[in-house]
Design a binder for this molecule. Structure first.
Ligand code: C5P
Length: 239
């Protein structure tokens, strides 16, 4: 039986080793998965992965959101697979063939999650990008299209917003992992936030998210441990 902490992913969205490890040491009792994204990995490289392992028992999500020509993504993923992390991410936009060839050549246990539609995007952005009207009018349809593609290609799951997660789980099955960012506890809402398709931790888990990514509400809180604990308390009631 999973504990609330197992569902909580904390993104280490900082640029120095010291700052990242400070959060790992601070939040290791509350967080089940630490996410290393582009900012941290580009700034300091793979030594952060060893640092996280030294300072906690948490799993690691290496969120590099690969997006390039198939040959480059395959080679980059091969390199990343050597780090033995729990999860990594690839954008869906280069098509099923790319996703499948990476999945089929995965030499590790690293689970491949496909990025569907970033939670910072909304309908007007999709229109500007030239998407068909049916997707502009119903973003969930676009997320489902990409999620189906990811499942067909053999990916372990997807990253999608809390607004689509129930449809994704219903259609693609409970074993198809859904990671949901864009989480905002009611107490953390700010007008200046760039995340658009947001949802509370409780609601995300209720709708079927396997993991929630909660960054700024914890990181910018006066007391990050207390904020993370409040998120866990909220999850406890939803599991
Ligand atoms: O909670 P907060 O907005 O601070 O979380 C930001 C984190 O969520 C970043 O690490 C970002 O990469 C991640 N994210 C994601 N997928 C999205 C949107 C955000 O992984 N679709």
């Amino acid at each position: 039986m999973k504990k609330p902490k197992d569902h909580l992913i904390f993104p280490l969205d900082v640029s120095t080793y010291e700052e990242a490890i400070r959060y790992v040491a601070l939040l290791k009792e509350q967080v089940g998965v630490f996410k290393v994204g582009l900012e941290l990995f580009v700034s300091i490289g793979p030594k952060i992965l060893e640092g996280i392992r030294e300072h906690s028992d948490a799993e690691i999500f290496l969120d590099l959101k690969f997006h390039d020509i198939p040959a480059t993504v395959k080679s980059a993923f091969m390199a990343a697979s050597a780090y033995r992390v729990a999860f990594t991410t690839i954008h869906c936009d280069e098509g099923k063939g790319l996703l499948r060839s990476v999945v089929e050549n995965n030499p590790s246990n690293t689970k491949i999650l496909a990025i569907t539609v970033l939670t910072s995007l909304e309908s007007k952005d999709l229109k500007e990008l030239g998407y068909q009207e049916r997707y502009v009018n119903d973003l969930t349809e676009l997320v489902l299209l990409k999620a189906r593609m990811a499942k067909d290609a053999g990916c372990s799951g997807v990253v999608c917003s809390g607004h689509e997660v129930d449809r994704v789980k219903k259609e693609l099955g409970k074993d198809f992992i859904a990671v949901t960012p864009g989480i905002r506890p009611a107490w953390s809402l700010k007008e200046t936030d760039d995340q658009k398709r947001i949802i509370t931790p409780h609601e995300a888990i209720k709708r079927g998210a396997d993991y929630i990514v909660v960054g700024r509400p914890i990181r910018t809180a006066e007391n990050p441990i207390e904020a993370a604990q409040k998120v866990l308390d909220e999850l406890e009631g939803a599991i």
